[in-house]
Design a protein around this ligand. Structure first.
Ligand code: FES
Length: 106
């Protein structure tokens, strides 16, 4: 069963494969910033330790991250879109303090 570790809060959880990061956080009562939950606002971006263990990024997620000028290498994902598929992933919530969902809007 895949595992998520939320830092810096220090919460571990086992989840079913194909679970969205945001859903896992909510079930584990981990406080995470989010808004639309549907890939529109960019509020839920988090830093990821092992992108290869997550579902591939779809074009709408990539386009939103690109608009926000965030990394597109898979190490930054939208928690409302990325699903853990296998093994372990660490989710760095401190990253949410490093950007504004409005950045990139000119
Ligand atoms: S909560 Fe709006 S993009 Fe994820």
């Amino acid at each position: 069963m895949p595992k998520l570790f939320f830092t810096p809060v220090g919460v571990n959880c086992d989840v079913e494969s194909n679970t969205k990061i945001l859903a896992a956080a909510n079930r584990s009562k981990v406080s995470m910033r989010f808004g639309c939950a549907s890939c529109r606002c960019g509020t839920c971006a988090v830093k990821i330790s092992a992108p290869e263990n997550l579902s591939p990024m779809k074009s709408d997620e990539k386009n939103l991250l690109e608009r926000m000028k965030l990394d597109l290498d898979g190490t930054v994902r939208l928690a409302c879109q990325a699903r853990i598929m296998q093994s372990e992933v660490t989710v760095d919530l401190n990253f949410q303090d490093s950007y504004s969902p409005d950045q990139g809007d000119d």
